[in-house]
Design a protein around this ligand. Structure first.
Ligand SMILES: C[S@@+](CC[C@H](N)C(=O)[O-])C[C@H]1O[C@@H](n2cnc3c(N)ncnc32)[C@H](O)[C@@H]1O
Length: 334
């Protein structure tokens, strides 16, 4: 390795000067001996004794996902991948576009190194079916799809292969939790593993009934009830809300309806089950608020009730031009 040989006392000053002038070779370690130091250089430097000795190469540690993949993918491809990361506990779920299929293993290994999580999976289908679960393919790390996700201090245990869960709804859950008053009776019609009930019951003394058709989701919710210190109370039911609700003996101050593709088909039931002045937290996929607001109004009309829309906002983007939309309606008897 080509180096400049300098007196040890001047080593630091000369090192800084060479670095500033871009003459130092940063891929090798400086060597110091008894009276002299050896600084690796890229090219001959005037005014110094140049020698050729062996120097230890510096192991380059990649600092980012981009650096890990820069030899394999374009910067646009890396950026697209980066925005697809969903981290659930110690699991990362990636969306890998079809044209990068042949590089999925390299991408998975890079994601494992970069995120330092335990397991990397890739999406193999859209979210589908009644239980809203997607197919996943294991890519890297440990093939164990059970994890504990932390959200606003709550511990949420789940199996990413068996149940629906989106970490991207964390802000929405906090917003709903903050609007709950102590003492509320709440129904979560499509509770999944219970992120709304758990986040609410950790913070508010609410009485929550949580229903889901997916047996596995309710099994995890029951575990989550034990995993968290709750101020409120959660009662769980497995089954179709249409059937389970037949056994309800009371009405509710709030009903949470996070089944955005189909929630509108349950609006009549929700309007029947809501107390006077109760709030429906309604969700749907749409490009605007109008359809959802009209659906809420129509359901109320059919039941001789009225709705005051107290909030409508976009929760997250789902595809270009389409949003996961939240509408909060206060339902009043006429
Ligand atoms: C989009 S996920 C939402 C889960 C949860 N609220 C969350 O935010 O993570 C919708 C859930 O509704 C459940 N589901 C679908 N149809 C149902 C029905 N008729 N009755 C009860 N639950 C249902 C699914 O199993 C799924 O867990």
């Amino acid at each position: 390795m080509k180096c400049v040989k300098v007196p040890l006392k001047q080593l630091n000053d000369i090192r800084i000067k060479l670095m500033e002038e871009g003459l130092m070779n940063m891929d090798f370690r400086i060597k110091a001996e008894k009276d002299y130091g050896f600084i690796p250089i890229n090219d001959d430097v005037d005014g110094f004794e140049i020698v050729d000795i062996a120097l230890e190469p510096i192991k380059k540690v990649p600092h980012s996902f981009s650096e890990l993949l820069e030899d394999e993918l374009t910067s646009d491809e890396i950026e697209t991948l980066r925005t697809s990361f969903d981290t659930i506990g110690d699991i990362v779920i990636l969306e890998i576009p079809e044209n990068l299929e042949s590089k999925k293993q390299i991408i998975g290994d890079a994601a494992l190194k970069f995120t330092k999580r335990r397991s990397i999976y890739m999406k193999r289908s859209a979210i589908k079916g009644t239980t809203r679960v997607r197919d996943l393919e294991f890519l890297s790390g440990v093939d164990d799809s059970v994890t504990i996700h932390r959200e606003h201090g709550a511990r949420l245990k789940l199996d990413v292969r068996e149940v629906y869960f989106s970490p991207r709804l964390a802000t929405e859950r906090k917003r709903v939790m903050e609007s709950v008053r102590d003492g509320e009776k709440i129904l979560d019609m499509f509770c999944g593993i219970g992120p709304f009930p758990i986040v609410i019951a950790r913070n508010k003394d609410a009485d929550i009934v949580a229903v889901d058709i997916n047996e596995s989701a309710i099994r995890y919710l029951n575990e989550n009830i034990k995993l968290n210190k709750l101020k409120g109370h959660i009662e769980t039911y497995t089954g179709d809300i249409n059937e389970v609700s037949k056994g309800f003996k009371c009405k509710f101050d709030r009903i949470i309806m996070n089944l955005p593709g189909l929630a509108y088909t349950f609006l009549d039931l929700a309007v029947d089950l809501i107390e006077d002045d109760g709030i429906i937290n309604y969700y749907e996929f749409s490009d605007s608020y109008e359809t959802g607001i009209k659906r809420l109004k129509d359901a109320c009309l059919r039941k001789n009730k009225e709705v005051e829309i107290i909030n409508a906002h976009k929760v997250k983007s789902t595809s270009p031009g389409e949003w996961h939309i939240a509408i909060d309606g206060k339902i009043k008897n006429t």
